[in-house]
Each structure stands twice: as structure tokens, then as C-alpha cells.
Write a protein that binds this ligand. Structure first.
Ligand code: FUL
Ligand code: CA
Length: 473
């Protein structure tokens, strides 16, 4: 249903310290639940691939590796958590069980675990150490479990669904709270057939950790975005049609996962998973093949900056530590992002909108609070806003954010900049969502105009606008 002025509801928002009544439109289309909203605010967190593959230099273990190879003698989960925290990440997700079936905790439902390994004479538990370290450093904790299991003797029989559900249950009862459950849809060719009972798996997660966002190719709470290069679609809807689709081979085409479905039925936002190294698992051969700062910033812009969360893989090495090359690169990125986003050049600048907005509401756009918003009442066709920077100012990033409680509304927008005599086009764009970062070579201008030409009666509700100057790389 399109929003009309008559269908506006009255909402109370805190503006400049005083309660101010602002009319907000009805939500449009599918909307996030509160766990998905909290999750989206996390933006950036760490993935850790770790297991026998770390010791055998493989990406996909066969499941017949001797568990004794797993022996990370200096393992220090607090070092991982400390590194993630210093990098500005909000959580860590670890491969509790990868395709080779090896469990990083002493599962009762497997004989291929840390208990059978040489590490700490079989008395160690990586999940226990990592969940404690995450708590200590104020990080959330998440788990990856691969349904495809190349070790378990019951894989390929109906019994396996119960075994996998029981394994999940162990993880979710012993190491919580868990903020995200990551289900991998990958499977090799010519492997045993197994019909997974996903509803059963989801039920285990929901029962023990109702706040956990469940990730798979198609959600139900967060979706894969179709590639492992860190590049979400320039157009990226948080809505997706999943009826009739499944995880893995039955998922919608990667192209669809990459951009979502406009007006899609369900709210299933994208998460970008990508590795800082060429592989997912540690290998000494890749110690000097890390992504550069420039590549990582580009990935940040095409993930967080394209309405996705960024799950950056930092594989732990054979000692059980994050290698200094990886942590150095993470700190470089942190410093760069901090320097870039330190000063919003639009803050306290004069903003004029069409149609006009009450002055008290305008500052909502630059107050750094995602719950204070600007909107235009009714289905006006050509909404725009002009930010007057007062004097020629150099900048190279523009950040826009939508207020997701009311759905993802913006389908198209453009940006113009004043060259001293006339407006020139900086860009034509489609979606915004949680956050849209536009990155361009530095320009110097005193004014920009952001317009929403085709709102079809669905007026934009923006929570923040920022203009920034990133340091030169
Ligand atoms: C893929 C897996 O096959 C890779 O090994 C890795 O775990 C990646 C994150 O997901 O589907
Ligand atoms: Ca705001």
C-alpha cells in the first residue's frame, strides 16, 4: 500500500533534548525484526576458519585426516578477541565444524574432534575458550557449522539429521549466547546424498538462542550475497523471495542473491563473507598475499557501504594465533576508517529541502543517531535536499542511511554538486538501505543536492547523511 499523508502515524522522537512530535509514514513492504535491526548495526565482524585444514594446507579436508594433526601449541583465543576488538569488529564467528566434520569442541556425537586430537592431550575446547574471550572483550560470538560432513559415518542416512541437530544443540546450549548461526550451503560433486531437515535445525537455534540471526544462502534471517569477493550489488535490496527455493544448489541464482528482490516478500538482508587472504584457511604460503589496505577499503565500501554486513575472515595459524601480517593490516584499515569518518562535514550546515522541512527536524540527519529521522509527508514526486557547506570544501565520500524500521524505501536517487556556476552530476544511484557509501575522487564544492525523483508515493525516511574526506591512499 502506498503511503498517503492521511495514513501517517504520529511518533515521538527525541530532538535536541526535547520531545518533539514527528509524523512518520506507515512501514513499506517487508520490514526487519528487532534482532535483524541489532544485527545490521554490527556492520563488521570477524570470521575464523580453523581446524585440521590449518595443519594440512587444505581448503576442503576429506574427513579422513588423523585428528592428531590438530595441535595449536600456543593457542590464545584472547589474542584473537583482542585483535578483533582493536580492529573495531563487533563479533567473531568460528568454524565449529567445517566440511571435514572435525569439531572444535568435544562433541558427544562425533569421534573426530579436539578430544581425539594431540592438542592439550585431548582436553582442550576451542569454543569454550573463544566464547569466554569474546565475553571478556565485549564481542558477540557466532558459530559456523557445515551440514555437509565428510567424516560422519551416518552422513547420507536419515539418522544424520538428528545427529546434526544434536550437535547444533550442544553448541547452542553450552557456548551461548550466540548472535549468529552460519549454515554453509557448499557441497562437493559426487558426494553422498543427504536431504537436510532445515526446519529441525532452525528450531534448535530458535529454542536456545532466539536472538540468533540464522544465515544461509537464503536466510531465513540473513542471506549470502552470491560471491566471495566482497562485492555486494550496487543495487541491494534487503528483501528476497525465497518461496520454492532452498539452501545450496536450490538457492536462487547468485545474481539475485547479490541484489535481492525489489519488493521481495521477506526481509533477508545480505552478509558479505570474504577472506583477508586468498584462502579461507591459514597457509604459510599466503603470508605475503594479504589483501592490501586499498583492497580492504574497497571491500568495506562494497559491503557495509552497500547495505550489507561484512564478515571478514582472518584465519588462525598453526600456533593457534593470528599472524602479525593479518593484525597489522586490520589495524591499518581501522586507522583509515577512523580518520575518514571522524568529521562529518555536513554537521551543523544549512540544509534546505523540497518540500520544506521544519528546522528542528533537519539536524536529525547529522546527529549521529539512527533513530532520529527526516522524511517528507505524502507522495511528493521530486523530493530533494541541498546541503550548503558554506565554503568550497574538499570531500570524497558521501554516506546515506535509511530508517529501516519503516522498510527499505528508496529505489532511486541522484547527487549533484555545485561547481561555482552550476550543478554537475556526481552520480545516479538506486538503493540505500542500512548504509550506502559513495566513494569518488576528491572534489571541492560548496553545495550538494540529493534528489529522489521516483518515489512513487513511497517517501524516503532517512536517518543520517554524512560528507567526508578520506585520507589519500
Ligand atoms: C564455503 C566453503 O566451502 C568454504 O570452505 C568456506 O567455509 C566458505 C566461507 O564457505 O561455502
Ligand atoms: Ca539521525
Amino acid at each position: 500500500m502506498l503511503n498517503k499523508f492521511s495514513s501517517f502515524t504520529l511518533s515521538l522522537l527525541l530532538v535536541a533534548g526535547s520531545l518533539y512530535a514527528q509524523r512518520l509514514p506507515e512501514p513499506f513492504g517487508a520490514i526487519p525484526n528487532k534482532y535483524q535491526l541489532d544485527w545490521q548495526d554490527m556492520e563488521y565482524y570477524m570470521f575464523i576458519h580453523f581446524g585440521p585444514n590449518t595443519f594440512t594446507d587444505k581448503e576442503w579436508g576429506h574427513g579422513d585426516e588423523d585428528p592428531k594433526v590438530f595441535n595449536p601449541k600456543k593457542l590464545d583465543a584472547r589474542q584473537w578477541a583482542r585483535t578483533a576488538k582493536a580492529a573495531g569488529m563487533k563479533a567473531i564467528i568460528i568454524t565449529a565444524k567445517h566440511h571435514d566434520g572435525f569439531c572444535l569442541f568435544p562433541s558427544k556425537f562425533s569421534t573426530h574432534t579436539v578430544r581425539e586430537s594431540a592438542w592439550k592431550d585431548g582436553k582442550g575446547d576451542v569454543l569454550k575458550e573463544l566464547s569466554a574471550a569474546c565475553k571478556e572483550y565485549g564481542l558477540k560470538f557466532g558459530v559456523y557449522l557445515s551440514p555437509w560432513d565428510r567424516n560422519h559415518p551416518d552422513y547420507g542416512t536419515p539418522k544424520y539429521n538428528d545427529i546434526f541437530a544434536n550437535t547444533l544443540n550442544e553448541v547452542h546450549t553450552q557456548y551461548g549466547p550466540i548472535f549468529e548461526q552460519w549454515f554453509d550451503g557448499a557441497k562437493g560433486e559426487n558426494e553422498k546424498k543427504q536431504d537436510y531437515d532445515f526446519p529441525k535445525f532452525y528450531e534448535v537455534v530458535r529454542r536456545n538462542n532466539p536472538q540468533a540471526v540464522i544465515f544461509s544462502d537464503i536466510g531465513p534471517d540473513a542471506r549470502w550475497m552470491g560471491n566471495e569477493n566482497g562485492v555486494a550489488g550496487e543495487t541491494n535490496w534487503s528483501t528476497l523471495n525465497t518461496d520454492g527455493f532452498g539452501v545450496g544448489a536450490d538457492a536462487p541464482p547468485a545474481k539475485i542473491l547479490n541484489s535481492g528482490n525489489k519488493d521481495g516478500k521477506y526481509w533477508i538482508p545480505a552478509e558479505v563473507d570474504v577472506s583477508i587472504r586468498p584462502g579461507w584457511f591459514y597457509s604459510a604460503a599466503t603470508d605475503d598475499k594479504l589483501k592490501t589496505l586499498k583492497q580492504l577499503e574497497s571491500i568495506y565500501n562494497t559491503s557495509v557501504g552497500r547495505n550489507s554486513n561484512l564478515l571478514l575472515n582472518v584465519p588462525v595459524n598453526r600456533d593457534g594465533l593470528i599472524h602479525p601480517n593479518d593484525s597489522t593490516r586490520l589495524m591499518e584499515l581501522r586507522r583509515f576508517l577512523d580518520a575518514t569518518y571522524k568529521t562529518n562535514l555536513a554537521k551543523r550546515k544549512k540544509i534546505v529541502t523540497f518540500p520544506a522541512t521544519e528546522a528542528a527536524v533537519i539536524s536529525n540527519l547529522t546527529d549521529g543517531n539512527k533513530n532520529t529521522v527526516w522524511t517528507i509527508e505524502g507522495g511528493v514526486k521530486n523530493v530533494d535536499l541541498t546541503i550548503d557547506l558554506g565554503k568550497p570544501t574538499s570531500f570524497n565520500r558521501i554516506v546515506l542511511q535509511e530508517y529501516l524500521e519503516l522498510g527499505q524505501r528508496v529505489k532511486e536517487f541522484y547527487i549533484l554538486y555545485w561547481d561555482g556556476k552550476k550543478y554537475r552530476i556526481l552520480g545516479d544511484h538506486t538503493t540505500i538501505g542500512h548504509k550506502r557509501i559513495l566513494s569518488f575522487p576528491t572534489i571541492t564544492s560548496s553545495k550538494i543536492k540529493i534528489g529522489f525523483p521516483e518515489i512513487h508515493g513511497i517517501n524516503p525516511v532517512l536517518s543520517e547523511i554524512g560528507i567526508y574526506r578520506a585520507p589519500d591512499l
